[in-house]
Design a protein around this ligand. Structure first.
Ligand code: NDP
Length: 402
């Protein structure tokens, strides 16, 4: 049976470890490795053997260091590595996979540390190398990117002859009781939401000022929430893989309080990603900020409310008739915490990563090369979403609001 290696022991890594352990029959031995081994040990001890799994092995790893990764891969010999460390480590882990003959899966595209730029070009450039090595790389297998891309592929396969307008809508109506906290790694999160807005229209990218376009959107079981057009990485691969799309946008809800904090953080220079001199040593303000903000992995205990993420699509059905389609999942923070000790945003990211790994292990999503998730058959993945804690719902011919 094939072994699996999880890299990254944050909120998402915690959920992946639970889900992989729950599905241990498909995975065999499990190892969790990260920069801080004590965090891996705490997660492994928390899970123990409660799902009938073997104890999760742990290891210390610096995922920026290719030779170190190769040594770990050669000694543990996993079939697949699930990368839920940070996007900065994507390329080093992919390099090590090529050297040691290991397959690869992640949830966020590579980003250089010194530039907040979300682009697939760096990872797509590995396509030929993975093809030649006979290895599979599955990119962006969280919720968004991930499930939103698979929802789109499912819509294309089962409902549309031609998709024209895609609006991905991401609402977190949860309350963690803190004045300000981010739901996943603060550095990555703040870099993402403070950048300029960008969407696809008539064959080109349209840029906006940050949070320039916004409107109230209604979310199932939640109600109206102010939603903002921001750039999100899955748009890049979706417009390439579904070329009939005339427009593709991504909307995310933010509360006024959150936006005010963000504005202050930016205005006082704490969102800077370039090093500044402090007491004779170089520090990066956003990395310092991360150290003083609440750890997203610790938000779960008092988190109430739910997330609702989905795709609203307009186009022509298989018979050429106008069709509107909304597919979404709602996830309760409390339920996520009860099951895994992590909050809903970690849960909605970690569960799809584990399902993607399951798809690979079962040989369903396995072909040499580098692929975004929408390039695989969505059906077996969609079936697993319903079984693994993220059930989805569809609405046909309703008002999409956008
Ligand atoms: P965290 O910051 O909570 O966890 C990241 C983990 O990676 C930490 O355990 C950290 O170690 C470890 N790590 C960082 N650098 C290294 C390194 N050089 N070597 C080894 N380990 C390292 O982040 P999250 O769990 O919230 O997010 C994990 C990933 O999931 C991120 O890439 C994020 O962008 C992605 N994500 C994707 C989403 C999606 O829907 N697609 C949504 C949310 C997140 P240490 O504990 O020592 O700091």
């Amino acid at each position: 049976m094939s072994k699996i290696l999880i890299i990254g022991a944050g909120g998402v890594g915690t959920v992946v470890a639970h889900k992989v352990a729950q599905n241990h029959a498909a995975f065999g031995e499990i190892m969790l490795a990260s920069r801080t081994k004590s965090k891996c040990d705490a997660i492994a001890n928390g899970i123990g053997t409660k799902y009938g799994n073997k104890t999760i092995q742990t290891a210390q790893i610096d995922a920026d260091n290719v030779p170190e990764l190769v040594r770990l891969f050669r000694s543990f010999q996993p079939a697949l590595v699930i990368n839920v460390a940070l996007p900065y480590q994507d390329l080093t882990i992919m390099d090590a996979c090529l050297e040691a003959g290991v397959n690869y899966l992640d949830t966020a595209n590579y980003e250089p540390k010194d530039e907040a730029k979300f682009e697939y070009k760096w990872q797509w450039a590995y396509k030929e190398k993975f093809e030649k090595a006979g290895l599979t790389a599955i990119l962006g297998c969280g919720f968004d990117p991930g499930v939103t891309s698979i929802f789109t592929a499912y819509a294309a396969k089962h409902h549309f002859g031609e998709m024209h307008y895609l609006d991905i809508v991401d609402c977190n109506a949860g309350d963690h009781g803190k004045a300000f906290a981010t739901n996943f790694n603060p550095e990555i999160n703040i870099r993402e939401v403070t950048q300029k807005g960008k969407y696809w229209e008539n064959g080109q990218w349209v840029q906006t000022a940050p949070h320039e376009i916004h409107q109230l959107l209604n979310y199932p079981n939640i109600g109206p929430k102010e939603s903002y057009v921001i750039y999100h990485e899955e748009l890049e691969s979706l417009v390439k893989n579904f070329p009939t799309l005339k427009r593709a946008r991504f909307w995310m809800t933010f509360g006024q309080e959150y936006l005010t904090h963000l504005r202050v953080i930016q205005n006082i220079g704490m969102a800077r990603i370039d090093p500044v001199l402090y007491n004779g040593m170089e520090i990066v303000p956003i990395q310092f900020l991360k150290a003083v903000l609440p750890d997203p992995g610790d938000l779960g205990e008092n988190y109430t409310g739910e997330t609702s993420i989905g795709c609203r699509i307009k186009g022509l059905d298989k018979n050429g008739k106008a069709l509107t389609y909304y597919i979404y999942n709602n996830c309760l923070h409390q339920d996520a915490y009860k099951e895994t000790g992590a909050q809903g945003v970690s849960y909605t990211t970690g569960v799809p990563a584990a399902i993607g790994a399951l798809m690979f292990m079962q040989g369903i999503w396995k072909k040499p090369g580098v692929f975004n998730v929408e390039e695989f058959d969505p059906d077996p993945f969609m079936e697993q979403l319903n079984k693994q804690g993220l059930p989805w719902h569809e609405r046909l011919n309703g008002d999409l609001e956008v």
